[in-house]
Design a protein around this ligand. Structure first.
Ligand code: SF4
Length: 471
């Protein structure tokens, strides 16, 4: 597996010594990517420079993810590929950060004592100091305290797109979904104060960021333990007042916390994107109970109904798990019928596989045959594709505002970008296309996941409202 995340390199003529050059591989979810950006920023403040070739680096870091199978094996294998170099170059610093480092700290330090640093999910703000401490040590240095306050004041956006930034609003998760390792690797839920978050958004706007994505494992439960009245709606309304930010959305939401005042803020705030990702995981009440998701099908459907009352055209995405222990044909059928009942715009399907350390891995038998998992995966994707295709057709003939991202992956004569509801939009490239600019595309063709058309306005540095939104 190749790392998919490429952070921005800051151009500089300064030549820094090898000991201050860092090579960083990043895997996993958006939270992992943002954590890597924050680690890199802390290192850059102390004179480190990012390089894209490990041979040029004196510090090699690997930010790990526990979600995929055999993550520990892969992390050790990757570090092992640098072992010989470590023998020849004792000053080289090798570090594992992230979820696997948190979850497998003891095993890792026993199996690979030549790894200098094992840094968990709540102590990475100390990374530059920890590197200094690790220099000259002969055993792994562990920094995996889950109660660490994790303090950082972010000044810049190092994400791959200068106009978009992730902003973490909370850490950890208080839920107990039986298949999930997050509560173990990222600890209890802790929300950041709203004024700290909104200050960060203001600094990002000053730097040219136009769109932000608020991040949290259960982002819509934001505000717990911060005092009465503070919630994700506080942040959405705060962003509405920040000049320069034109779009905002949030991931990942939990159905339990789609409360009326959040829905009202989504409907009221013009910068909130017309899009919600609300993982359901299953359409069956008995499955949801076994997964300990804390809601049932009718609760989920009521949330969707409330949402569509206020935002009738909202784009809805979801996640399903197929082949969770004990899933019967009838239970799976409930997931299929839910797709039709909700009319999702988009969805992801995951085949269950046990993750060591989770309740389902330890207490439930992984008893669904792989072939059945594959069949259910296929059937559900087909249902979601059909639903997405018919939902996309309503865009035919419409003009949609898009932030241009770059050339299309499959055809460099075309450009791709994101509409206000997060849909991918593709159009034939003009000579003046510019990443991060706003354009309007008139849609003349749709597929299950994408809108196609021609550019009719733009590019512009500022948003262009589509005609139907102009008064
Ligand atoms: S809500 Fe459930 S699935 Fe999501 S991070 Fe928390 S425990 Fe994991």
């Amino acid at each position: 597996m190749k790392p998919t995340y490429s952070m921005q390199t800051v151009a500089t003529d300064e030549v820094v010594p090898k000991s201050r050059r860092v090579y960083f591989e990043v895997f996993g979810c958006q939270m992992n990517k943002l954590d890597a950006e924050l680690m890199l920023e802390g290192m850059m403040q102390r004179g480190y420079q990012l390089v894209h070739d490990p041979a040029e680096a004196g510090v090699i870091l690997y930010n790990t993810c526990s979600v995929r199978e055999r993550a520990e094996e892969r992390a050790v294998m990757r570090m092992t590929s640098f072992k010989r170099r470590k023998m020849e170059e004792p000053d080289l610093i090798l570090g594992l950060t992230g979820c696997v480092a948190q979850h497998k700290q003891e095993e890792l330090s026993d199996r690979a004592p030549w790894i200098d640093l094992i840094i968990g999910t709540r102590e990475f703000d100390r990374l530059p100091d920890l590197i200094d401490e690790a220099r000259g040590e002969s055993t792994s240095l562990l920094a995996t305290d889950m109660d660490s306050p994790l303090e950082f004041v972010r000044q810049r956006n190092l994400g791959p797109q200068p106009w978009h930034a992730y902003v973490s609003v909370m850490r950890g998760c208080d839920m107990v979904c039986t298949y999930c390792i997050v509560p173990t690797t990222r600890g209890k839920e802790v929300s950041r104060p709203p004024e700290v978050i909104l200050d960060e958004v203001r600094r990002l706007a000053d730097e040219g960021v136009k769109e932000i994505t608020f991040l949290g494992q259960t982002v819509n439960s934001y505000g717990k333990r911060l005092g009465a009245g503070i919630g994700l709606d506080t942040l959405l309304r705060g962003v509405e007042e920040i000049d320069g930010i034109h779009r905002c959305h949030f991931i990942t939401s939990h159905p339990r916390f789609m409360r009326p005042k959040l829905i009202q803020a989504m409907a009221d705030c013009s910068k909130v994107m017309n899009y919600l990702h609300l993982p359901v995981q299953s359409g069956s009440d008995s499955m949801l109970a076994r997964m300990k998701r804390t809601y049932d099908r009718s609760f989920y459907l009521q949330s969707i109904e409330r949402l569509r009352e206020k935002m009738p055209d909202i784009t809805l995405a979801t996640d399903f798990i197929v082949g969770f222990p004990g899933e019967t044909d009838a239970e799976f059928e409930d997931s299929l019928t839910l797709v039709e009942e909700v009319g999702f715009d988009h969805g992801y399907v995951f085949q269950y596989s046990p993750r060591p350390g989770t309740v389902s891995a330890d207490h439930l038998q992984d008893d669904i045959d792989l072939e059945i998992k594959k069949e259910r995966n296929h059937a559900l994707l087909e249902a979601l594709g059909k639903s997405g295709k018919s939902r996309n057709e309503r865009f035919l003939g419409r003009k949609v505002e898009v932030i241009a991202e770059g050339t299309s992956k499959s055809d460099d004569t075309r450009w791709a970008g994101r509409a206000r509801d997060h849909r991918t939009v593709i159009w034939p490239a003009n000579d003046d296309e510019k990443p991060g600019s706003f354009v309007v595309v008139e849609v003349d063709r749709t597929s299950a996941a994408t809108l196609y058309g021609k550019r009719v306005e733009g590019p512009s540095e500022t948003p262009i409202l589509p005609p139907e939104m102009r008064s």
